[in-house]
Design a protein around this ligand. Structure first.
Ligand code: DGY
Length: 323
């Protein structure tokens, strides 16, 4: 019996790729770069399955080109903004994703960014190599902001938000606030108080965006939001770059409306080298490495492969997208 033909838009770590190659005939993008739209359109012609990753769009045009043979779409991500779920559902195409297995890694990245930002590590690293290694300066040389007795506001207390809060708790955080929907038992695990978005902005020392992106929260963190935050607040985003109006963030950081920002996500990605945010010492940017531990990436690859294969077999997916 011939193996199902699948397109892989970005090769996953071996644990996932081996599973896929065992069961499928694979056409894969093996270069270490983002796939172009043209390559995506050419790659999916007549396939039964697609393994993808944001930002590789699986939209109506891609689904049309893949044609009626397409049964299974699997993304190696928790984010789903690149997939037209409505079209997939209408065509009876199963869609799998990889929540859960990347929660801990992404929470670690969020905490790392928060500490790097609050303890001014960007300036500290530069000082060491650029000859700026200072002394005492009245005891305030490279002093930063502490989590001790702080209020942390989490926008989107989902799996990742909760995992972040649990890791921050031992640093002596006094209070957790959150906005958006969550499960009551998750909020009570960290004794978090539900407040309006405005109140969260006004009362938090650290504002952390952990929400998933949707059409209503694009540009949520804009001039108006930053103006409601404390002057010494730190903003962290490990969700999606489009949640932030980056021009407004630049102004807020430059003018001292807020103290600092740590971003693992930007819009676009990569953020061009000449982008003004790079010029700010109070803005730490990492290249979307939220889930980048070997453990998490292998687990994501395995789950994505299993989702893809289950969809091809017409079986229940280990991790289907809720429809
Ligand atoms: C995800 O899983 O959505 C991560 O952001 C990687 O894209």
């Amino acid at each position: 019996m011939s193996k199902p033909f699948v397109f892989v838009s970005r090769v996953p770590p071996p644990r996932g790729m081996e599973l896929i190659e065992e069961f499928c005939t694979v056409k894969a993008m093996r270069d270490d770069r983002f796939i172009t739209r043209q390559e995506m359109l050419e790659g999916v012609v007549g396939v039964e399955g697609i393994l993808c990753h944001p930002p590789d769009k699986v939209d109506k045009e891609v689904l049309d080109i893949a044609g009626k043979s397409l049964k299974s779409v699997s993304t190696m991500s928790v984010g789903l903004e690149h997939i037209d779920l409505t079209e997939c559902k209408a065509r009876g195409i199963s869609v799998g994703y990889t929540p859960g297995v990347l929660t801990d890694a992404t929470a670690e990245t969020t905490v790392s960014l928060l500490l790097a930002t609050s303890r001014r590590l960007k300036e500290a690293f530069s000082a060491v190599v650029d000859g700026g290694w200072g002394t005492w300066e009245n005891g305030l040389y490279l002093c930063g902001k502490t989590l001790l007795e702080s209020t942390v506001g989490i926008v989107g207390l989902g799996r990742i938000g909760l995992a972040v809060a649990k890791r921050l708790q031992p640093f002596g955080v006094q209070k957790f606030l959150y906005s958006g929907n969550t499960k009551k038992e998750w909020a009570s695990e960290i004794n978090a108080e539900f407040v309006s978005f405005e109140r969260l902005l006004g009362e938090s020392d650290f504002v952390i965006a952990c929400c998933s992106m949707n059409k209503d929260n694009m540009g949520l963190f804009n001039k108006s939001a930053f103006s409601k935050m404390k002057n010494n607040a730190i903003f962290i985003n490990t969700s999606r770059g489009v949640l932030v109006n980056q021009e407004d963030l630049y102004d807020a950081l430059k003018l001292g409306t807020i103290l600092a920002a740590g971003l693992d996500v930007t819009s676009p990605e990569p953020l061009p080298r000449e982008h003004p945010l790079h010029t700010l010492k109070n803005c730490v940017i990492t290249p979307h490495i939220g889930s980048a531990t070997v453990y998490a990436r292998n687990a994501m690859a395995e789950l994505a492969a299993k989702n893809l294969i289950a969809g091809l077999k017409g079986k229940r997916l280990p991790s289907p997208v809720p429809q």
